[in-house]
Design a protein around this ligand. Structure first.
Ligand code: FAD
Length: 381
């Protein structure tokens, strides 16, 4: 796109992984970008996540992979342990940023957000907190050189911009404002995360099959790791904070072997989170006029594939590239969605299949599916 036509302006809704990455990629391509983030403060909850190969590759393109590797924990392998506590298999994931560099990185969420925020602001993105979009009007000009999206914000101010990006997560209100409808699917699973000291043997992901639930351990720095547990056959509910750590320890009790070593490390409630497994996938268009939704707002997989953030980061990069390749914003958004829909759909659908296999205790069927999906995701975004 010819930048001589004047500044291209965008409002991004949500300063999560997708919003910050998209804003950075757009700003680097010459866009003036403002993010409206509903949370009044910058803090994120303190659990960790695993950034798989595609996430690392996209971060590397943004020049941020080394910062994540320096503060997180680089690794390549997944060790599967069966219900008796015995080795069931080991998988090496593709090293997408070079043979001598790790295949993935475990990282604390606040650290990742700090890195993404700093880069966005370094690129000139303005991040406003305690703000959301309350109305969108695209009824006016569709002239590509004009400012066709009118956005009203919750502080009473308005913007006229060339592009609106909804990166406001699985319960996206931007999606609603654009009239894009999708169902949120619940899977009778709750997932737990707890930050613990990293045991010396935890140099990759460990995945422990249980008789009822599934557990695991992911290093996120030299000194820390997070325990995860997927609780099967439970409806969505909220537990009082004081019950979180004792209940998680109880759920870990039936696991033999190394889990018994990790169990007593789960202590403070402040380091434990419990979330429902929910998924969504927008069928058809993710865009309307000069507005689009990305990240979990368009495609939220179950956490079992540990790749929702990978898709969110890739979305940001691909969005900026496709907008740069097309004359009009609308055509760029059509190309973006066409390029992303199948890949994101495959990941969401595979993650839902794995949820079902886990619920039926068919771990041996889930392992090869997980590996095949990781190899598919190794293809270029
Ligand atoms: C328990 C759990 C564990 C996970 N583990 C992993 C993992 O290990 N690896 C991985 O790749 N993925 C993992 N995921 C998935 C991953 O977290 C998501 O796919 C990813 O965060 C999506 O990024 P996003 O920016 O689209 O959405 P979000 O991260 O949800 O960010 C949305 C942002 O928008 C803001 N917002 C919301 N509503 C509004 C509004 N109306 N106006 C303005 N702002 C708004 C929110 O405050 C937030 O800052 C996990 C998910 C869960 C639930």
């Amino acid at each position: 796109m010819d930048s001589s036509r004047g500044a291209r302006t965008a409002v991004v809704v949500g300063a999560g992984v997708a919003g910050l990455t998209a804003a950075t990629a757009l700003a680097r391509a010459g866009w003036q970008v403002e993010i409206a983030e509903v949370s009044p403060v910058r803090a994120t909850s303190g659990w960790g996540l695993c950034l798989t190969g595609p996430a690392l590759r996209a971060l590397d393109e943004l020049g941020l992979a080394d910062a994540c590797l320096a503060e997180g924990y680089g690794m390549t392998g997944i060790t599967h342990v069966d219900v008796r506590g015995e080795l069931a298999g080991e998988v090496q994931l593709p090293r997408l940023i070079g043979a001598g560099r790790p295949g993935m990185v475990g990282i604390a969420r606040p650290v990742l957000h700090r890195i993404l925020h700093a880069e966005a602001e370094r690129c000139g993105v303005v991040v406003r907190h305690g703000l959301t979009v309350v109305a969108v009007d695209q009824g006016g000009s569709t002239d590509q050189d004009g400012e066709p999206v009118r956005v009203r914000l919750s502080d009473g101010t308005a913007r006229q911009v060339a592009l609106l990006v909804g990166a406001d997560g699985i319960r996206s209100s931007t999606r609603d404002l654009l009239g894009l409808t999708t169902a949120l699917d619940h899977h009778d699973q709750m997932v737990w995360r707890a930050v613990v000291p990293r045991p010396p043997w935890a140099t990759g992901i460990h995945h422990f099959a249980g008789k009822a639930d599934t557990a695991g351990l992911v290093p996120i720095s030299d000194s820390q790791a997070y325990v995860f547990l997927t609780e099967n056959g439970v409806a969505q509910s909220v537990l009082p904070e004081a019950e979180l750590a004792p209940r998680l320890r109880q759920l870990l009790e039936p696991f033999p072997g190394r889990v018994a070593e990790i169990r007593p490390l789960v202590t403070g409630a402040e380091s434990v989170v419990r979330r429902p497994v929910r998924t969504t996938l927008l069928e058809g268009a993710w865009n309307r006029g000069n507005a689009v939704v990305i990240g979990d707002a368009a495609h939220a997989p179950a956490p079992q594939m540990a790749s929702g953030a990978a898709l969110a980061i890739e979305d940001g990069l691909v969005l900026a590239k496709e907008l740069g390749r097309h004359e009009s914003v609308g055509a760029g958004l059509d190309a973006f969605v066409a390029r992303r829909a199948q890949r994101c759909g495959t990941l969401v659908e595979t993650s839902v299949t794995i949820v079902g296999l886990e619920r039926e205790q068919r771990h041996h069927d889930a392992y090869p599916l997980t590996e095949t999906c990781h190899r598919l995701m190794a293809e270029p975004a």
